[in-house]
Write a protein that binds this ligand. Structure first.
Ligand SMILES: [Zn+2]
Length: 454
């Protein structure tokens, strides 16, 4: 389902001071969303003006840490009635519909001290950045950062013009993601409620009762990606040793508050609700095969040009074309999605969504629509010679048959053919829940317009 963003209640038009940061995590430790809770703890004398934002950026850039997530906290002095969006140390966190701006320099100096305490600076890939501003960078920065590449130089130019203050650590690349998160103006959006573990449990096995996850999944209507029934796998808990206990995603913040309470397991030390661009497919661009560029994610309309091949490792490769050919790769982690790829035949028309890989040049498929299927007609028997009564042999591809004894010929149509039932139907296909990326828009979230536009 798509909820169009209301122009009249865009809280970002409401004055606030935006504090954003990125690239503070590492593949096996701190997590940027947890830092958000620590920063809110430190800045408890300020108010949230709207929900914290969790913004995913281009998933294909090679130097990202984990999920390429950046955080933006709209802060200030709240006006009006606050609503609960989290809990820290037993007290409720509230966000306000309106507020007054505060001094960016003070916010930066206090919040950066928290970052310096916890960021994993030893990790090569961790290059934190923190930005504070009373005005929002243009939305074009977000679109470039979610779909392509942005340089630190161009971002710093934008920040200078908008009067922002910022801090860089190591290469300072985190400033790019932080600024992009600030510039996000939702067109489509979802929410995620994240519960965190008590620090004493970090790195130990997470205790979340799978039955309670299934019950929550069945009793909520607007949450998604909770439980992978195909692989019997709880999908709300991360696989990494980070502080997150679980995260539930959905299209209704009110329902997510109830969903969180339905999960049984170890103690939820703290929790926080985020407004996010997850499951929006904002990273995807309409492209032709010739215009595909590395590290981008695209949607192409093609036909299958050769039979699918399974290569070592269990990956399925399908040669496709829209006039220009490319290999479409369905990688092993996409599990059952590969069996749909294997069922394709030359001539089938498909729309593929995926990320571009440069060497070997291929499209890593994340979602597929089958638009049209050819008939699966296969030859089951060669013709029999009317003179000799023996089975005839093929002359060559597309050239008919000849009797090996008397030399008489028969056309291709003389053989016996049988039409086999196709094992797949036209429609949308996607990988199972546990192998989807953060920006993947689940089919159940697609509008009728999305579904019909294949
Ligand atoms: Zn013959």
């Amino acid at each position: 389902m798509i909820i169009l963003f209301c122009e009249s209640c865009d809280w970002l038009l409401v004055p606030c001071t935006l504090l954003a940061f990125d690239d503070t995590d590492s593949p096996d430790g701190m997590c940027t969303t947890y830092l958000a809770t620590l920063v809110l703890e430190e800045l408890a004398d300020f108010d949230l003006i709207g929900l914290p934002r969790l913004v995913r950026l281009n998933p294909n850039i090679p130097w990202k840490t984990r999920g390429n997530a950046a955080i933006c906290l709209p802060l200030g002095r709240g006006i009006g009635r606050g609503e609960v969006c989290g809990s820290l140390n037993g007290s409720a966190i509230r966000y306000f519909p309106r507020g007054r701006q505060v001094d960016p320099t003070e916010l930066l100096s206090r919040a950066s001290r928290v970052l310096e305490k916890v960021a994993i600076f030893e990790c090569d890939k961790t290059n934190p950045g923190m930005v504070v501003s009373n005005s929002r960078p243009p939305p074009s920065l977000y679109w470039k950062a979610v779909r392509g590449l942005v340089s630190l130089k161009e971002v710093e130019k934008i920040l200078e013009r908008s009067g922002a203050v910022w801090k860089k650590y190591k290469s300072g690349r985190g400033v790019i993601g932080a600024s992009a998160a600030m510039s996000w103006r939702p067109r489509d959006r979802t929410w995620e409620v994240i519960a965190y573990r008590a620090p004493s449990r970090w790195g130990t096995l997470r205790k979340v009762d799978p039955k309670s996850v299934i019950r929550m999944d069945k009793h909520t209507k607007m949450t998604f990606n909770n439980y992978d029934y195909e692989n019997d796998h709880v999908a709300i808990t991360p696989g990494s040793p980070c502080p997150i206990l679980f995260g539930i995603r959905g299209d209704s913040p009110a329902e997510l508050l109830k969903a969180r309470e339905m999960i049984r397991g170890e103690e939820q030390d703290r929790w926080l609700m985020f407004l996010t661009n997850q499951a929006t497919e904002d990273h995807i661009m309409e492209r032709s095969v010739t215009s595909l560029r590395k590290w981008e994610s695209a949607r192409v309309r093609v036909h299958v040009s050769a039979p699918p091949k399974t290569i070592p490792g269990g990956h399925v490769i399908v040669r496709v074309s829209d006039g220009t050919e490319i290999d479409a790769a369905f990688y092993e982690p996409s599990k059952q999605f590969r069996s749909v790829a294997r069922a394709l035949l030359p001539g089938d028309q498909v729309t593929l969504l995926g990320s571009v890989r440069d060497t070997p040049r291929s499209l890593n498929v994340e979602k597929m629509a089958v638009r049209n299927l050819v008939e699966d007609v296969r030859k089951v028997r060669n013709p029999v010679c009317s003179k000799c009564g023996k089975s005839m042999g093929s002359i060559g591809a597309g050239q008919g048959f000849r009797c090996k004894i008397c030399g008489s010929k028969s056309p291709l149509s003389a053989a016996t053919y049988r039409k086999f039932k196709r094992t797949i139907k036209p429609g949308w296909y996607e990988p199972p829940i546990s192998s989807r990326r953060h920006l993947h828009k689940p089919i159940r979230r697609m509008s009728k317009v999305d579904i019909d536009k294949i």
